[in-house]
Every structure is written in C-alpha cells, then in structure tokens.
Design a protein around this ligand. Sequence first.
Ligand code: CO
Length: 192
Amino acid sequence: MPFTLLENNREWSRKMREQDPEYFERLANQQSPRFLWIGCSDSRVPANEITGLAPGEVFVHRNISNRVENWDRNILAVLQFAINQLRVEHIIVCGHHGCGGIKAATEGTEEGPLGDWILPIRRMVQDAPLQREDFASENDWINYLCEQNVREQVRVLRKNFCIREAERAGQQVQLHGWVYGLNDGLIRDLGV
Ligand code: CO
C-alpha cells in the first residue's frame, strides 16, 4: 500500500519536470507564499487542492477543528514565521461543515490528549448564542457551531502579538474567516 504513494510521487515528479524542467530548482531556492492557511486536519479539506494553489503558494497549518490556541506553541511559531519571515499578506482560517472535532465537543466523551484539545471547543459550544433547540436539525446546529468556531479563531488572531506588532510597523496582514461545504466543495466567506 505505501508503495503506491511512492509510485504516485515518482509519476508526479516526472510529470512536473516534463511540463517545466526548472520547476523544482526554482521552488527549492525559495518559497514566497502570500497566504497562511489555518485549516482542519480533516482529509476532505486539502488546502492547495480546493483553492487551486500550487506548491510554494500557501503556507499551511492544520489541526483538529482549525483552532488558534494561545497555549499552542506550534501555531504560535507558525504565525511568527509566516508573518515575520514569509511576510504573508493574508491569513485564512478555514473551517468546514460537519467537522468531527466540533461534533465531538457537543458529545463530550473524549479523553486523553484529544479530550484536552476539545475542551476549549466544548466551552465555545456552551457559550454559543444559539443552542441545539434553536435549530431544526442536529446537522444545522453543528454547521452553525463550525462557523462560530471560525469567527472565534479570527477574534483570537486579532489579539495575536505578532499580528499586532506587524500592523504597528505598517505591515498589512488581512484576516479572513471561511467555511468549506463538504456537500458542494464550495468555500463561503463569513465576512468576519
Ligand atoms: Co474538521
């Protein structure tokens, strides 16, 4: 099974070089993406593919339910690097409908590291302006929470030290909150 992946890779590399012999040489020398993507780890939401971006065009960070946690050194380092070194112009938080992490937070049965990760999402679910009874179906409620989650992450980003410092220094960093529909493959801008 893993051999299929390696075979696919050799085929892909061959095709890319066929189209553009200097493709890899150019990419190996530098990356200058204009976008930082903060998305869910969900295998159905691949950042490059759904936005039509080629290698080198988007710096990607993915975790369960596209969270921006102030105690998570991983994402803080990603933000610092993306803003200070790569000087990205846009930071996109892209959630998706039917997110498993959000669903798990409404059920609240996870333990271990996954339970720890989901705890702040559970708090968000409890504090949300609308609750389960405000929706016709469980799915509608989950999708609403997926969108609320994106809005919350954009709010957290606004207070991020690196972003504030960059803005103070006159560096433009635009924040976006998006949600991806698993049913139609379309991204909606939540306008946050
Ligand atoms: Co998800």
